[in-house]
Design a protein around this ligand. Structure first.
Ligand code: SF4
Length: 456
């Protein structure tokens, strides 16, 4: 099977608990997969215990990213999209004993069973999880190594294909933006139409069913905006960071200049979702949870100030997905791999493309908008303070949203034919920049802003 892009839009936009898709959604799904696969093994004597080692960035960010709780949630049967986030936030808080149900046998575990292994080397991928079942002598009888590769996606050591790579023939085969643009031009269709037809092949759903699922995602995103601008208080963790979106939104109404009011509201909507994410509530990966505020802020703006209906917003969401999938295939959307350029940078590029998609812009303008947005995030490090997805992440979502808006203006008001750098080139530059970035600046909370005086 050739390696063209054939994953589902619904594997890309995932609902799950904050604050980080690679540290919460991925590990929760990994724990579920471990239970599922181990449950199929025939053991002469049922295993007595389990041990899970969280390595690399998963260990470095520690409790701040909530990975231990996400794993515990997966072991006891929680699913990212439906989990009770209140209950999830309390897991492993005390010495309670939990039970993982493998079908033919059950295994007790508690907070000592899930270890942050800061010394393990992770030659293949930064977010590595080692799941083991142990016998009475604490010897392993079954083990799985699973990588959380960004945006809630997984790769399993020994499996040939990444989990979402369905062996499906899609009508439009492309690997990068150049290929996508060629197909759109050859068949005279928009990027959103091309994505819709590919999605029908991948998911087996009808167009009406896909539309209905996209509408659900739009509602989820919008609800997160509305919850965020209605909630005040302090976010979890040692920083004691006050939520700002609600106050910011109220204050935006007092701005005398309409352009100031517009920008203030756009900022508030982005921070609203980022704060919901930081609080561990359910949001949608776009492309990750850390960067989940940008697309919803633009969607909400298009609804609220432009009165756009869901038909248009769906086009925007599909166009944005094309950008995110290309960035993911040819570089990475993981802060642990390429820094925040792969999260907020890609989200900003997706949102800039979305603005093109809803405005019926040409494919050339859409590419140009996405390129500009990503280009000006190149080099952006991932250095969450104290390991919590709060500083700089929440305001960074706001800044990424405004950049997306401006990138679309730069692309659409000017002449895209004068544009010199392609989206594919900037994606390649992002990968190269990420590779050269030192590990301290890639979601380990060991450098940059992460070691500021707040954590002392
Ligand atoms: S700095 Fe960026 S990539 Fe890192 S956790 Fe925050 S939002 Fe995610």
């Amino acid at each position: 099977m050739d390696d063209y892009i054939n994953s589902s839009v619904f594997a890309f936009y995932k609902v799950g608990p904050g604050p980080s898709s690679s540290h919460t959604i991925g590990p929760m799904k990994a724990a579920t997969l471990f239970v599922e696969r181990a449950g199929k093994v025939k053991f002469a004597v049922p295993p007595a215990a389990l041990e899970i080692r969280l390595c690399g960035s998963l260990a470095a960010t520690g409790v701040g990213h909530g990975t231990h709780r996400a794993v515990a949630g997966g072991l006891i049967g929680m699913q990212p999209e439906t989990c009770d986030t209140q209950r999830l936030s309390l897991l492993l808080e005390d010495a309670s004993v939990y039970q993982a149900d493998f079908g033919a046998f059950k295994v007790d575990f508690d907070r000592r069973s899930i270890l942050f292994d800061k010394h393990a080397s992770c030659p293949k991928f930064q977010n590595t999880m080692i799941f083991r079942l142990l016998d009475d002598n604490a010897e392993p009888v079954f083990a799985m190594t699973i990588y959380s590769i960004g945006g809630g996606y997984l790769a399993v050591e020994g499996d040939e294909e990444p989990e979402e790579q369905a062996p499906v023939m899609v009508p439009y085969r492309y690997r990068d933006m150049n290929g996508l643009l060629r197909l759109a031009s050859k068949y005279g269709i928009s990027i959103s139409r091309l994505m819709m037809e590919n999605e029908q092949a991948v998911s087996g759903l009808s167009e009406a069913e896909i539309n209905s699922r996209l509408d659900e995602l739009i509602e989820r995103m919008d609800q997160a905006v509305l919850r965020g601008i209605a909630t005040e208080g302090v976010l979890p963790g040692p920083i004691r960071l006050h939520r700002k979106a609600a106050l910011f939104y109220k204050s935006s109404m007092n701005q005398k200049q309409p352009q100031d009011r517009f920008l203030a509201q756009l900022n508030a909507w982005a921070m609203a979702v980022a704060e919901e994410n930081a609080a561990g509530n359910l949001v949608v990966t776009a492309p990750t949870l850390g960067s989940a505020g940008i697309l919803p802020a633009i969607l909400h703006m298009l609804r609220e100030t432009r009165g756009l209906d869901n038909a248009k917003l769906r086009d925007g969401l599909l166009t944005a997905a094309a950008i995110g999938m290309i960035a993911r295939r040819n570089a990475s959307i993981s802060g642990a791999e390429v820094g925040c350029q792969g999260e907020v940078g890609v989200a900003s590029a997706m949102a800039a493309a979305m603005l093109g998609g809803v405005n019926n812009a040409s494919s050339a303008i859409i590419e140009c908008a996405a390129e500009i947005a990503l280009e000006h995030h190149l080099g952006l490090t991932c250095d969450p303070v104290c390991g919590y997805v709060q500083i700089p992440c929440i305001e960074r979502n706001a800044v990424g949203t405004i950049t997306a808006y401006n990138a679309y203006i730069l692309a659409s008001v000017g002449n895209p034919l004068y544009h010199k750098v392609s989206f594919d080139e900037v994606v390649a530059a992002m990968l190269e920049t990420g590779r050269r970035m030192c590990p301290e600046l890639k979601e380990t909370s060991r450098g940059g802003l992460a070691v500021c005086s707040l954590c002392e």
